[in-house]
Design a protein around this ligand. Structure first.
Ligand code: ADP
Ligand code: MG
Length: 392
């Protein structure tokens, strides 16, 4: 694996702020900014085919970080913010500044939450060619991949993952933030399958939140521009359904038609027509345990006010964990008695399933619609009037 040292960062910031981007607002680094990590504190392992993952904002690589000379090197993940390749109108300097503002905002938000359920952020680093966020390395990868590869073998493990996600949400909501993009690809796992929430790129105070989310997790009201903490609860409901379905492929197939970016409007239209609610109902019938389905249906209630309080979800999950443990950890557990559709014992079938799975990690995030197009504005009217689906 090749490693590249990051050049000195301090002078770069001065150059880009006052030089090439002189017509823009200068970038001011103040005491409240996230730590700016220096070149000799980081070793960067940048090999495209060995990236840890990729999302809409960045590509994430392995790295090493030296906090001080007295410390040992720490393994880290380094997210390199991508250029805005889609927008030819935006000059490179402006794009560079936007990315700096983006990384600063993400790190500042992330660093407010010191929690075992939220990934730790060490700081940011900026060079003429890279703008990066440095976080703790999560060796178990993301939850979406773990589900696709059938790596989570028991209900208690899945329920504890769900509990960690909700506990992270509770801490975010307590500070009046909305997470804004809850999905399995943003939940990261340790080697021991403990979950932490990552990717605070869309997270903002409830009063400032911009429309954001990912198909199929985005709440119907968020599509209409009303995004609140309750929209995170909806997304959790969908994520919990994804987590607890015995046949993961059913979840992937149910929304496969919408994964390409250009299919977002089709998804919005189908929300309006009630087709998405119908798809979810179909998946719920495949979810055999009624205690899971009642939690899911309450979280995805069409009326955000009717969705449960975060503490109620935590209580329910704790009860489910207590009830599940003896049942599922014993050798004669029901999950052992009912073979899964694609298990580790059946690598051929599993491979086939993995290949059929469309890539869901990057293209299907709905970016902010700061100024919704006419088409979307019209649609929002339909979404508002047609989402009164079955009351759960
Ligand atoms: N700290 C980390 N440790 C391990 N893998 C990570 C880490 N951060 C991100 N990843 C991988 O990179 C992917 C994209 O990261 P994310 O922060 O969600 O970027 P984006 O904002 O572009 O969506 C994740 O789904 C995960 O697979
Ligand atoms: Mg992401």
């Amino acid at each position: 694996m090749s490693s590249v040292r990051i050049p000195q960062t301090g002078s770069v910031i001065t150059d880009s702020a006052s030089g090439s981007a002189s017509s823009s607002k200068p970038i001011v680094f103040t005491a409240s900014n996230p730590p700016l990590l220096a070149a000799d504190q980081l070793i960067f392992m940048e090999e495209p085919d060995k990236a840890l993952g990729e999302g809409t904002t960045g590509i994430v690589y392995n790295g090493l970080y030296l906090p001080t000379k007295a410390h040992a090197l720490i393994e880290v993940a380094i997210k390199v913010y991508k250029e805005d390749a889609d927008d030819d109108e935006v000059p490179d300097e402006i794009d560079f500044i936007r990315r700096i503002e983006g990384v600063k905002a993400e790190a500042t938000t992330l660093m407010q939450f010191q929690s075992p359920y939220i990934i730790r952020c060490y700081g940011i680093t900026i060079t003429p060619i890279r703008i990066c966020l440095v976080t703790e390395l999560m060796k178990g990868g993301n939850l979406e991949d773990a589900l696709q590869n059938d790596c989570l073998d028991s209900q208690p493990v899945k329920l504890k993952i769900a509990l960690s996600i909700v506990t992270a949400l509770k801490e975010i909501h307590k500070k009046n933030y909305v997470y804004g993009d809850l999905k399995s690809a943003n939940v990261l796992l340790t080697k021991e399958k403990k979950a932490k929430l990552a990717d605070f790129d869309r997270t903002a105070l409830e009063s400032n939140i911009k429309m954001s989310g990912t198909i199929p997790y985005i709440a119907p009201e968020a599509i209409t521009g009303i995004q609140t903490k309750k929209s995170d609860i909806y997304s959790f409901g969908i994520l919990f359904l994804e987590l607890m379905l015995e046949d993961y492929q059913l979840f992937v197939d149910a929304f496969a038609a919408y994964y390409a970016t250009e299919q977002s409007l089709l998804f919005f239209a189908d929300v309006a027509k009630g087709k998405i609610a119908a798809q979810i109902d179909k998946l719920l019938t495949a979810c055999k345990d009624s205690s899971f389905t009642s939690l899911i249906t309450s979280c995805i209630h069409s009326n955000p006010e009717e969705r449960p309080d975060i503490n109620q979800i935590i209580t329910t999950l704790n009860l489910l964990i207590q009830n599940a443990s003896p049942k599922y950890t014993s050798a004669s557990s029901s999950s052992a008695a009912t073979p899964r559709m694609h298990s580790d014992a059946d690598p051929v079938k599993r491979d086939k399933i993995i290949k059929r799975t469309p890539s869901r990690s990057s293209p299907h995030r709905i970016l902010n619609f700061f100024s919704p197009s006419k088409e979307i504005t019209n649609l929002t009217h339909h979404v508002k009037s047609h989402t009164m689906r079955k009351s759960y």
